[in-house]
Design a protein around this ligand. Structure first.
Ligand code: PRP
Length: 213
């Protein structure tokens, strides 16, 4: 008998796009479309249980093997790291990490240590280390665009999708840090233990993704 797999989906935008993708691949995701307050859902026509979680928790569940698979943004993967296989770029949730500053400010025009606010301190550290540049990093939990406006920071490293938030707050991107999109990740032990089941799931998703390009 085939083993039921468990997948963790990042709640919110990636959840909706994942559901669209899985349905196009033939999986009935009705329980996930109408979740109520339930956080775990058995799909009726495929041996898969869907768990809804916050992005960093998706990685935690997959790393610990309590979920075999996960859908999470590359932003969270870059920030949190971890031991798992990153097997597919799902093509949605596309955006970029950028360094942004107040419009017309001269970010590089001083030897003073720059102060950077970000929800992603590890990504920020790696980016500036790559430039050999010493910066002070301040961790902010959300609406990071406020930090330069309030003069807490000289710049931010954040996700830019349409660019509207930066623009409406008088900021501008001055450098790309990394490209981001949703990724399918797999627990390393599950990959061996449930190879047949995982291969079946991956090939369905890949077939659907292939038809999109
Ligand atoms: C993200 C990101 C930016 C905004 C970018 O924030 O941190 O603030 O979206 O999108 P845009 O380029 O299309 O304007 P989110 O909505 O996740 O909220 P948060 O800042 O409170 O985390």
């Amino acid at each position: 008998m085939s083993e039921r797999l468990r997948i963790a989906l990042t709640k919110g935008r990636l959840q909706d796009k994942s559901v669209e993708l899985f349905e196009a691949a033939g999986l009935d995701c009705a329980p996930v479309r109408n979740p109520g307050r339930r956080l775990i859902h058995a799909l009726p026509n495929y041996p898969l249980d869907v768990v809804l979680a916050k992005a960093p928790d998706v990685i935690t569940y997959v790393e610990h093997g309590v979920c075999d698979l996960g859908v999470v943004g590359k932003d969270t993967i870059l920030e949190k790291g971890g031991a798992f296989y990153e097997v597919l770029d799902l093509g949605f949730g596309r955006c970029r990490f950028a360094l942004a500053v107040k419009k017309d400010s001269d970010f590089y025009g001083t030897y003073k240590t720059r102060r950077i606010a970000s929800k992603y301190p590890n990504v920020t550290r790696a980016f500036f280390e790559g430039k050999g540049m010493d910066v002070d990093i301040i961790k902010i939990e959300g609406s990071v665009e406020l930090a330069p406006i309030l003069e807490l920071a000289d710049g931010i490293v954040d996700i830019v999708e349409t660019g509207a938030t930066l623009k409406e707050n008088g900021l501008e991107p001055i450098e790309d840090v990394a490209r981001v999109s949703a990724r399918l990740i797999v627990n390393t032990a599950s990959m061996k233990l449930y190879k047949t089941e995982i291969t079946d799931f991956l090939s369905r998703v890949e077939r659907e993704l292939g038809g999109r390009t």
